[in-house]
Design a protein around this ligand. Structure first.
Ligand code: ASP
Length: 477
């Protein structure tokens, strides 16, 4: 058997011809003298049949689901009454002539397409098997399609896709960073980004004007709800834009993405409605209300912009690590206030009343993205930190590089980041983001397939000059 491989979705072009396919046994039904076998490759499934008397019958009978095989067969039209309309290869079947087993299968930890009662951690431990299921094949293929769609759209709009470092310096933001010890500089640490916020702004200073990236973001937070320690944002930033322009571009992208990739879905209202934070709190009691007219319709998408958030909020006494700050930012320390509040902001007056240019985009009750215009003048950015009670030395050591960059002709700019996994989760009608992430961590934030996080060897610790405090040993996974 050395003939060229034909993909299963192309078999229909080979009626009455002999072909070779390669793939997996998807299902196996032994009917005594005859054997029915479904074969699967990345393009689809075809029904195979081994007729009585075939030289392949004995081997065929011994096959099991998920065996990897190379099959020579003849593409036959199915008898009229066995034809199935509307499914791939519904009118043909493969009469198996020869089978070569390329690999066998141990006892599977679960049935590939029947995992509703299987413990999720077992699915994640054997993720490569789970990923063979129809459900996850669909989700991950659609994820790939959306990545391409967004890329093509943004390239068309004149954006540049620019990668920013994963190894960087810690940013003192709300959530916690993962740190990476350096062997070459013992006792020093890199930090993994919670978002490329600073880099994308520096790209605006660098004059790129339209940037985007599918950015891996990492946050070492306590496992909470449907969060992953590592997730993907569609991150973008633009120079010389108004808030309305950023929102309009994102709205157009979302509408086209849905029309082209999910034609069965209906967007409740175009242009997307917009509500102020205050009105959302008054009307719905939260800032990401689900405004769907029919919450039982799985194809209804209700987008909603939320704007006019307060820029600062009082620091909750329990979380006031520094004990100095009275105020903290609500969303992003780099956001700019709305123009009409700029004077108060610069004068540090009426702080609780200052509204920011922040805009969040919500979908069916989930926040799927957020962004803002930024303070592009050094003295304005500095003001945010002063309002937060930071002294000169702290501002300089944490944000000196940003303040400096803004002193060298930084254009006005703004941007947004989408939670790409969450958007996909909603579009795929999945209950959590793990179902749309190829290699997801468990809800406790562990990688149970690779066994991470985990201890490292004594030799590595010595090289890194790291000692583990005894008390923390009990926390080892
Ligand atoms: N970087 C922000 C975030 O991760 C989003 C933005 O303002 O662009 O939430």
């Amino acid at each position: 058997m050395s003939e060229e491989r034909i993909y299963i979705n192309k078999l229909v072009n080979y009626k009455n011809k002999e072909v070779v396919i390669k793939g997996w046994v998807n299902a196996h039904r032994n009917q005594g003298k005859m054997v029915f076998l479904d074969f699967r490759d990345i393009t689809g499934i075809v029904q195979g049949i081994i007729l009585p008397g075939s030289q392949a019958i004995e081997l065929g009978q011994s096959l099991k689901a998920e065996y990897v095989v190379q099959v020579k067969g003849r593409v036959n039209e199915r008898p009229e009454k066995q034809k199935k309309e509307g499914i791939l290869n519904g009118d043909i079947e493969l009469e198996v002539l020869e089978i070569k087993v390329l690999n066998t299968v141990e006892v599977l930890p679960f049935q590939i397409n029947d995992t509703s009662l299987v413990d999720e951690n077992l699915r994640l431990q054997y993720r490569y098997l789970d990923l063979r299921s129809e459900r996850l094949q669909k989700n991950i293929k659609n994820r790939s399609k959306l990545l391409k769609f967004v890329r093509d759209f943004l390239y068309q709009e004149g954006f540049f896709e620019i990668e920013t470092p994963l190894m960087s310096a810690p940013t003192p933001e709300g959530s916690r960073s993962f740190v990476v010890p350096s062997r070459v500089w013992p006792g020093n640490f890199f930090s993994l980004p919670q978002s490329p916020q600073q880099y994308k702004q520096l790209l605006m200073v660098a004059g790129f004007e339209k940037y985007f990236q599918f950015a891996k973001c990492m946050r070492d937070e306590d496992p909470r709800g449907d969060r992953q320690p590592e997730f993907t944002q569609l991150d973008l930033e633009m120079s010389f834009v108004t808030k309305e322009e950023v929102m309009a571009l994102n709205e157009k992208l979302l509408i086209e993405l849905i029309k082209n990739n999910y034609p069965e879905k209906k967007i409740q209202q175009i242009p997307f409605p917009c509500i102020s934070y205050q009105a959302a709190m008054e009307q719905y009691g939260n800032d990401k209300p689900d405004i769907r007219e029919d919450k039982n319709d799985p194809n209804l998408l209700a987008f909603l912009w939320v704007t006019d958030f307060p820029m600062f909020e009082k620091v909750d006494a329990d979380n006031n690590i520094d004990g100095v700050a009275e105020w903290t930012y609500t969303h992003n320390p780099f956001s700019r206030p709305k123009d009409e509040f700029m004077a108060d902001f610069m004068a540090q007056k009426n702080i609780g009343n200052i509204l920011t240019t922040q805009y969040d985009i919500t979908l069916n009750g989930f926040e799927i993205g957020g962004g803002s215009l930024r303070n592009h003048k050094s003295e304005a950015l500095k003001k945010t930190f002063e309002i937060m009670g930071y002294d000169e030395a702290r501002i300089e050591s944490n944000f000196g590089h940003m303040l400096r960059a803004l002193e060298f002709g930084a254009p006005p700019h703004g941007g947004i980041a989408w939670g790409f996994d969450r958007l996909l989760m909603i579009l795929e009608n999945e209950p959590n983001i793990r179902e749309v992430i190829p290699f997801a961590k468990t809800s406790e934030g562990k990688d149970v397939m690779m066994n991470a996080p985990c201890d490292i060897s004594e030799k590595q610790k010595q090289e890194l000059k790291i000692t583990i405090l005894k008390d923390d040993k009990k926390n080892k996974l």
